[in-house]
Design a protein around this ligand. Sequence first.
Ligand SMILES: [Zn+2]
Length: 294
Amino acid sequence: MSVTSQTALLKSPSPLIDIGVNLASERFNGKHSEVIDQALAANVTTLIITGTSLESSEAALALCQQFPEQLRCTAGIHPHDASELTAQSPIHLSDLIQQPACVAVGETGLDFNRNFSTPEEQVKAFETQLELAITHQKPLFLHERDAFDRQHQILKSYRDELADAVIHCFTGNQKSLFGYLDLDLYIGITGWVCDERRGTELQALIHNIPHDRLMIETDAPYLLPRNMSPKPKDRSNRPAYLPWVLQKMAQHTGLTELDLAHKTSDNARRFFRLPETCSPNEVIHDPVSDFYRL
Ligand SMILES: [Zn+2]
């Protein structure tokens, strides 16, 4: 059975925006068109490509130029890569952030779970990116693992000057959810919610998230939704599988899949300011039809 026929099973009832796709990952090399076509077939119509280092942010921008109708991206340095920050990095990042296809600063934040960079390096890279987000008034795409207290404290001190921010791939507990909501942040839900072992706490919490703060993402190629059946042979997640996350979110929020699709896409459009964003090629479209396509 081909990958396409396996996954043509689930299609979103309304266009979805996948706010976290690591399309610049080498696991998608040579497959970009196929992955985007498959997403469109599942009614996942806009993908926000995550930049996790200077190199991957540049690659994400290049992909946006290649597929200006479907893609936008973030530009930033992931906490794992924080040790790579140099004196030149803020200048370089600032150039990337100002590109029209770049719709957010990040992925940034703190990850004290793995500490691939030291906590001090992570805090420095995080604060550098908070300042860039403030300078350019672009929203923040945030990561956090086992670092809620420190991340919340830092965010709180910058919050008044920041535009919006989203905690992508939220996997925390009630304390961290309520703490982030108190700062009026958005919450990104991935296939973590589909995990019958690790996702039960999130399943029980998700109804607490205000509907105007919810967004949806795959974090592909990671976090293949475990409710997916049959599963693709390569076990690699793709934006086309986002409707499986939508289905599980509907079960735990009490909203219909159609309602959730509308709300998460409205939120993502507002958050990333998608209607106002022209394609990198500056192709001027009818703003009304652009709004619906995005
Ligand atoms: Zn992340």
